[in-house]
Structure formats: C-alpha cells, structure tokens
Design a protein around this ligand. Structure first.
Ligand code: OAD
Length: 239
C-alpha cells in the first residue's frame, strides 16, 4: 500500500492537498470534533455565528483571544514541514486548508488557500476595513475607520466562503490529478466535497487520518496514522 501511494505521488502531474485540524494536532492545536475536540466543550452556536457576535461580541472575542494565545505558542510540526518541502520540490502544487491557525504559512508554504480564514485577520462589521492583529485581542477591537466593532475575519457557521478564494480553489481542484486529504473529519461543506471534484475528473484521493471518515469509502488510499509521522515517512520513501 505504502509503495503504491509513493508511486502515485511520484508520478502525479498536479497534486493538491486539503488539510484540516488534525494536521495541527501534533502542534498541540485542539481539533474541533473527537474526544477532546473544541465542539465537545464549547457551543459553536454561541461562539462562531454572526448571531452570536451580535448577541455577545465580548464573549466571542474572549474565545477567539484565547485561541489566538494558544496558537501563538504552537509551532509547525513535521507534517506542515513536509508539505513545505514538497511545494519547494514541485511535488505539491497547492495547499487548501480549513485551518485558521496559520501554521502552514508560518511553516513556509506559500501557495495556501485558507478557506475558513485566518485567526489573526480582522474585518469591520459595518465598513470595508480589514486589518490584522499580531498579539491576542483584548476586549472588542474598535474599527479605526468607523469605530464600530471589528470581528475575526474567519468563516462562521451560516456564512459563505470568500468568493475569490473559492474560485481559485475550484480552479486548483479541476487541474488536480491527485488530492491528498490530511487530518479532516470531512463533515463540513463545501470543503468535505473538494476531494470528490478531483475524483470526478478521474483523479485519485489519498487520505491520511487516525480514523475513518465519511470520505474514506470514496478514497483510493487510506493511510491510518498521525500526519506528523506518515508524511515524513512518505517523504523518506520518495527520495
Ligand atoms: P475536525 O476536528 O472535525 O477533524 C479533525 C480530524 O483530524 C479527525 O478526522 C481526526 O481523526 C483527525 N486527526 C486528529 N489527529 C490527527 C493526526 N495527528 N493526524 C491525522 N489526523 C488526525 O477538524 P476539521 O475537519 O478541520 O470550521 O473541521 C472542519 C471545520 O469544522 C473547521 O475548519 C471548523 C470546524 O467547525 C469553522 O470554524 C468554519
């Protein structure tokens, strides 16, 4: 099985990767689902929706500032670093991530589509201002342009993905002949369907996960284990 995966990666014309929270688990960033997932202890509807922000912006910011503080102390792991190496070697053409932790970019990946946004990015709730934080937020940051509330520029439940990002992502998926899917539960749409677009046009899907997911029955190869171990192992066998 491992040798077949190596052959697929080595002969791919255009391999893209889709990542989820599981790739950052070994960097100590909590995942959303599963045993110690964030959504076990926190209610997404109270923290990650536009309504929740309208109701209680302080509570929402408190939660995001906590996550910013947590991520500021985390570093990319060998899975992130392997994807950087593969991009530099031309093996990986682009990286689509659902993660808002910024670890792919911090690791050194440059062709990254952050479809759910970025934990450090800000936007105003009423004007077109966009900005960034480099330290965790304190209270509710005010908009420097109109003084209304700034919010995290991430995609909340019930919101659409950024139109330009998604259009670039679909272009990448249409070009791809291999989709490497790493550390996502494949529950959240539309990202959960991205690999199927590659498959529909005759491409292959390789899934790396510690458990089976709703996507597993559709994939060509399922590698069971931790991303931080499997990716460097694949890289070693590739060279
Ligand atoms: P989830 O928390 O739903 O799933 C994490 C996946 O990673 C699970 O399938 C785990 O089995 C797997 N996993 C855990 N540790 C791993 C490891 N070391 N190596 C490989 N796999 C591992 O995270 P996502 O699928 O990313 O959206 O969640 C999708 C979206 O749901 C998130 O982007 C977020 C959330 O609500 C928004 O906030 C909009």
């Amino acid at each position: 099985m491992l040798q077949s995966v190596i052959d697929v990666i080595a002969t791919a014309d255009y391999m893209v990767a889709l990542t989820g929270a599981g790739i950052s688990k070994e960097s100590n960033v909590p995942t959303f689902r599963g045993e110690d997932g964030l959504w076990r202890n926190y209610d997404a509807m109270e923290l990650a929706t536009p309504d929740a922000f309208r109701r209680d912006p302080s509570l929402v910011w408190e939660w995001y500032a906590w996550r910013q503080g947590l991520i500021a102390n985390c570093n990319p792991n060998p899975a992130h670093l392997t994807l950087v190496k593969w991009e530099q070697e031309g093996i990986l053409k682009s990286l689509i991530t659902q993660n808002v932790d910024g670890l792919h970019i911090r690791a050194g990946s440059t062709i990254v589509y952050e479809v759910h946004g970025d934990l450090w990015a800000l936007k105003c709730v009423s004007c077109d201002y966009k900005g960034r934080l480099d330290v965790p937020a304190e209270g509710i940051p005010p908009c420097p342009k109109c003084d209304n509330n700034l919010r995290p520029d991430v995609v909340w439940f019930g919101e659409s993905l950024d139109r330009d990002t998604i259009s670039n992502v679909y272009q990448e998926l249409e070009k791809a002949d291999v989709c490497l899917v790493i550390g996502t539960s494949s529950f959240v749409q539309p990202a959960a369907s991205f690999p199927l677009i590659v498959k529909q046009s005759g491409g292959l899907i390789i899934e790396v996960n510690i458990e089976r997911t709703p996507l597993t029955s559709a994939v060509d190869y399922h590698l069971s284990g931790k991303a931080g171990e499997i990716l460097p192992q694949l890289d070693l066998l590739l060279s």
